[in-house]
Write a protein that binds this ligand. Structure first.
Ligand code: GLU
Ligand code: ZN
Length: 482
């Protein structure tokens, strides 16, 4: 019988196949499973499902652990740190599976199947043309010892099939989708060990969950159809059945499966671009799970607000604009030193030593990614290019304005308030007419952080040079009033 969800001694897991870099869909699955464990004060384990040897090079295993750690997920048991239920790589557990295969075979709940791929394809074709859904017809179900020996002698390598009971209904509870009922007669005997001896995914997966005492499985909706088979296997072995919850699909904003173009990015790509783990956590935790808190949450608060009954059945839509919102929030949530640590790989050498913290304070509200900060460093300490609207803002004012601006700046000793007050009095420009030309001349843009914060970074010398340069641009005749 399926055991129903209880938060007592909750143990959940993430069980990735290390066949590539961790992408957003899997990262969200890992996050939900981790949040569920942490919310309940339970245990979280990491298990590597590496039985696809052609596609599990070691670099992916290392990258996976590194990406998860960067993402802020930790585990109590796993391949790198061991635990009481190891090993945590499936390829190191083949001897464990062998025992369970033997048990099923001895009790008649599994049998060798010698059908070739061609035999099976032909069988399916016949079933399809008769309008039936394809499933194994049971040809090898009752082979006697002599028939088996004959096939072995001919060198045929059998698969091992699970013998599904002929009749009855299996009820499969799901934390997200509710109960589903399956007629056993429709399932067909399925392969639990391939002819090369490797375990079928759902066999190893189910056995490991049971042996590792996992009692909550959160995973992608694509595994929903594996669940009845897994429950049958566990019941046949007398092993405990975990509670399952299948997470709704993650789609692109366009409603299509996540494509290369839209958010199929790996966690690694986003990290390289400068996205913060906290931004991804806040965003992904809300993709398919409802939080009543709308603001930025740290990991503890994300766990505290996590509840299985808040998981939605509607597919999540990955939207870059939403991610950017959380990125903005995440940047604001860091203290200044942490912002600098995040920027430093790109900005070291670009911000004069000693000005790092004032620079961070000035620009942090205006940056999403380190590249944005690099642009602001260039605008403060380098020779910024003028955007077209900045040029327009500059040529809109008279040369006299610029010379007064230079004189008052010098007189105020670089103090922003005194300077702009004096300039206002002397020029008669106020409000936007005062600040926009200054902003344009000093930064090359018509928007950005507070000028008061930028001026000390730009410094008097560079500021004077930029005001001087602005004065050299021909002004528009209609605007030549000072
Ligand atoms: N290795 C499977 C996957 O990555 C695990 C599925 C599960 O969580 O049960 O899809
Ligand atoms: Zn067969």
């Amino acid at each position: 019988m399926a055991q129903y969800y209880t938060t007592m001694n909750l143990k959940s897991r993430f069980a990735p196949s290390p066949t590539g870099y961790l992408h957003l869909g899997n990262a969200r699955t890992a996050l939900f499973a981790w949040l569920a464990a942490r919310a309940a004060g339970g245990t979280f384990i990491l298990r590597l499902e590496d039985t696809d040897q052609t596609r599990s090079p070691e670099i992916y295993e290392r990258a996976l652990l590194e990406d998860l750690r960067w993402f802020g997920i930790d585990w109590d048991e796993g391949p790198d740190r061991g635990g009481d239920h190891g090993p945590y790589r499936q390829m190191e557990r083949l001897a464990v599976y062998a025992q369970y295969y033997a048990h099923l075979q001895a009790s008649g709940q599994a049998y060798a199947c010698y059908c070739s791929a061609d035999d099976l394809a032909a069988e399916r074709a016949v079933q399809r043309s008769a309008g039936k859904s394809p499933r194994y017809g049971g040809r090898c179900r009752h082979l006697g010892a002599a028939a088996r020996a004959e096939r072995e002698a001919a060198g045929l390598l059998p698969t091992l099939r699970f013998r599904v009971p002929d009749q009855g209904t299996l009820t499969v509870p799901d934390l997200v989708w509710g109960e589903r009922h399956y007629a056993l007669a429709d399932l067909g005997d399925f392969v639990i060990r391939r002819s090369d001896g490797s375990p079928a995914f759902f066999f190893a997966n189910a056995v490991d969950d049971a042996l590792m005492e996992v009692n909550l499985v959160l995973r992608g909706e694509d595994h929903l159809t594996n669940t009845p088979r897994q429950i049958l296997i566990l019941q046949a072995l007398g092993l405990p059945v975990p509670a399952y919850g299948h997470l709704p699909l993650l789609l692109g904003a366009d409603g299509q499966p996540l494509s290369k173009r839209y958010g199929a990015a790996s966690l690694r790509d986003l990290r390289k671009d400068g996205y913060l783990a906290a931004a991804l956590r806040n965003y992904l935790a809300r993709l398919g799970h409802h939080y009543s808190a709308t603001g930025f949450l740290d990991s503890g608060a994300l766990a505290q607000g996590f509840a299985l009954n808040q998981i939605s059945r509607a597919p999540g839509h990955f939207d870059m604009v939403q991610l950017q919102h959380w990125q903005h929030e995440a940047v604001q949530s860091l203290d200044e030193t942490a912002v600098w640590d995040w920027l430093a790989p790109l900005l070291r050498g670009k911000v004069p030593v000693g000005l790092e913290m004032p620079f961070v304070a000035a620009v942090r509200a205006n940056i999403l990614l380190p590249g944005d900060a690099l642009d602001w460093a260039e605008r403060c300490f380098g020779a910024p290019a003028l955007a077209a609207d900045a040029v327009e803002a500059i040529i809109g004012v008279s040369p006299e304005f610029w010379s007064v601006a230079q004189a008052t700046l010098q007189a105020s000793g670089g103090d922003y308030r005194n300077w702009t007050k004096a300039l206002q009095q002397a020029s008669g420009h106020r409000g936007k007419a005062l600040f926009m030309p200054l902003r344009a001349a000093l930064t090359g843009l018509t928007h950005g952080p507070e000028l008061a914060a930028l001026l000390p970074l730009i410094g008097e010398e560079r500021a004077l040079a930029r005001l001087h340069a602005a004065a050299q641009r021909p002004s528009m005749p209609a605007e030549t009033t000072l």
